[in-house]
Ligand binder design. Structure first.
Ligand code: ADP
Ligand code: MG
Length: 559
């Protein structure tokens, strides 16, 4: 039986496709600029193998110009152009990508920059335009052609005069409707912003005629408008530059330009990985906490680029929660994008990158702690709590990554110490890592329970944040030393108690103790004689896992 071809209502199909692929209309410009960049890249690659062709960087550019009066937006490139057949095949057949074919034909694998692959991006133009006119002259051809379409009704191709090789795409921007305005796509500042957002790191200059104002020549106070051609994009992304060529200021400037924060970052991490998965990243450890950091509004994530084109503003999967303060970006050519190029097909590559980044951040924090203690403490004041939450969450599965990064106030030098510092100076007879919890250091120091530990000359960690004790419970032991609250029943300290003495005292005062127990019946389990007090008459202690401080927090929590 003869096979029949599917028929499709192509106009509807095209509309459905365009509107379901893209979440934002503005990406049409990203798509057209990416195509223009691909077209220039193709000349570049041809020139590599063809001696008759030379590639003079200065003659290749992309230009975006808006004409408000006629409601047209034109994107011109000096790229490889399209023959009549190319226009038929690449713009006349939906989902046919000339760029993908080019990559395959030329076996471009390593270091390629060609962006196109799905053969649908071009049609994004119809999200904002009623009519799209493409005039193109292919490299090595004497003829030029004009392709025109009003959406999927079809298209026409006719010969057209064009002096130079390359492509010009003219969009007739839609009229505003009651609900939708399209004027923004004719506004200089908007176009500049869209170019900056998505196409800042396209390798070729993206130019625009920009209006500026200057003082009139023979008048001091009057201003006049003038037009000037400007390159809008930065072109070479800082992350592709050699680390040795970059200064601390360069990284700070990038941080500010990208609006990662208003502070100056404490540290930057520049990563270039050329392994199973290739990627570049620039990460920052901020100094100050964003105002919404410990709130639900705060969104973690890194910018994700594919080949220099922005894919996602905040890719959350790249950062674990405990490093949610890290800012920055990742660029990889190995991501498998989905058709909208706003998401990924699968996340295997992303997971690899995330794992790798996680390790780098940890190492960087560790070296900061070791080599730049003051800076680390500054950082820790802002984000230490997040690290402690990290230890506590996921049932302590992150403790190995994080425990060496923790710091607590200590009774020794009244400053922050690490667990390693604490343990390494423990006297031999000290069995436990002691800690005391309270609202503030001043209050903790007044706790009667601390006296015996202080008397022994043992160091104590001061837990002043709610999360401290919960985090420690997840760590359980550090370098084989258990943690012990000073208010727990057995402190493991020989108090030189004469057992008989205590017992005698206990029975002599039995009546008093029973009386007290009776009054406090629903508040305490027992009332006992203690030898651990020095200057205080009485103290509270606990037997179980949950200390008094933890109980306070637990009972304050909403059910
Ligand atoms: P993709 O870029 O994913 O291949 P598009 O729909 O964006 O898909 O473009 C389809 C094809 O049209 C491209 O692969 C390319 O061959 C051709 N094309 C589009 N724009 C241009 C241009 N400015 N210059 C040369 N060829 C172009
Ligand atoms: Mg494309």
């Amino acid at each position: 039986m003869a096979k029949k071809q599917f028929k499709a209502e192509s106009k509807r199909l095209l509309e459905m496709m365009i509107n379901s692929i893209y979440s934002q209309r503005e990406v049409f410009l990203r798509e057209l600029i990416s195509n223009a960049s691909d077209a220039i890249d193709k000349i570049y690659y041809k020139a590599l193998t063809d001696d008759a062709l030379s590639f003079d960087q200065d003659s290749y550019y992309i230009k975006v110009s808006a004409d408000k009066e006629n409601r047209t937006l034109t994107i011109t490139d000096t790229g490889i152009g399209m023959t009549k057949e190319d226009l038929e095949n690449n713009l006349g057949i939906i989902a046919k990508s000339g760029s993908l074919a080019f990559k395959n034909e030329n076996e471009l694998k390593d270091g390629h920059d060609i962006i196109g692959q799905f053969g649908v991006g071009f049609y994004a133009a119809f999200m904002v335009a009623d009519v799209v006119t493409v005039t193109s002259k292919a490299l090595g051809s004497d003829e030029a052609y004009k392709w025109e379409s009003q959406g999927a009704d079809g298209y026409t191709i006719v010969p057209q005069e064009k002096a130079s090789v390359g492509t010009e795409i003219m969009l007739k921007i839609k009229e505003n409707t009651e609900d939708e305005s399209y004027d923004e796509f004719l506004e200089e500042y908007r176009l500049k912003a869209i170019i900056k957002k998505y196409s800042d790191f396209i390798r070729y200059p993206i130019k625009m005629d920009v209006t500026g104002q200057r003082p009139k020549e023979d008048s001091e106070n009057e201003l006049e408008d003038y037009q000037e051609e400007q390159t809008i994009n930065s072109m070479v992304p800082i992350w592709r530059k050699n680390k040795n060529e970059l200064t601390a200021e360069d990284y700070e400037k990038f941080y500010t330009e990208k609006h990662y924060g208003f502070d100056k970052p404490i540290k930057h991490i520049h990563i270039s990985v050329d392994g199973t998965i290739r990627y570049n990243a620039i990460l920052y450890i901020p100094e100050k906490m964003p105002y919404d950091y410990y709130s639900k509004e705060y969104e973690k994530g890194l910018e994700l680029y594919s080949n220099g084109v922005l894919i996602m503003n905040k890719c959350a999967d790249l950062l674990p929660d405990y490093f949610s303060f890290v800012k920055g970006m990742v660029d990889s050519e190995d991501l498998s994008l989905n058709i909208s190029r706003e998401m990924l097909q699968h996340d295997r590559q992303l997971k690899l990158i995330a794992k790798n980044i996680n390790k780098k951040i940890k190492n960087e924090l560790q070296s900061l702690l070791k080599n730049e203690r003051e800076k680390y403490e500054e950082f820790y004041k802002s984000f230490g709590r997040q690290l402690k939450y990290g230890v506590y969450s996921d049932f302590g599965s992150n403790k190995d990554v994080l425990q060496d990064l923790l710091m607590f106030s200590s009774s020794k030098e009244k400053k922050l110490v690490t667990l390693d510092e604490y343990v390494s100076r423990m006297p031999e007879d000290q069995k436990y890592i002691y800690y005391a919890s309270g609202e503030s250091i001043e209050r903790i120091e007044k706790l009667p329970q601390t006296e015996i530990v202080t008397e022994k000359g043992y160091e104590m960690l001061y837990f002043t944040e709610d999360i401290d004790e919960f985090a420690i419970k997840m760590i359980m032991t550090y370098k084989e030393k258990e943690f012990k609250s000073v208010s727990s029943g057995d402190l493991g300290i020989d108090v030189d108690e004469n057992q008989n003495d205590t017992k005698a005292e206990q029975s002599e005062n039995k009546e008093l103790f029973d009386y007290m127990k009776n009054i406090l019946s629903d508040k305490v389990k027992d009332v006992r004689v203690s030898k651990r007090l020095k200057t205080h008459p009485v103290c509270l202690s606990t037997d179980g896992e949950v200390t008094i401080e933890m109980e306070k927090i637990l009972s304050a929590m909403p059910d």
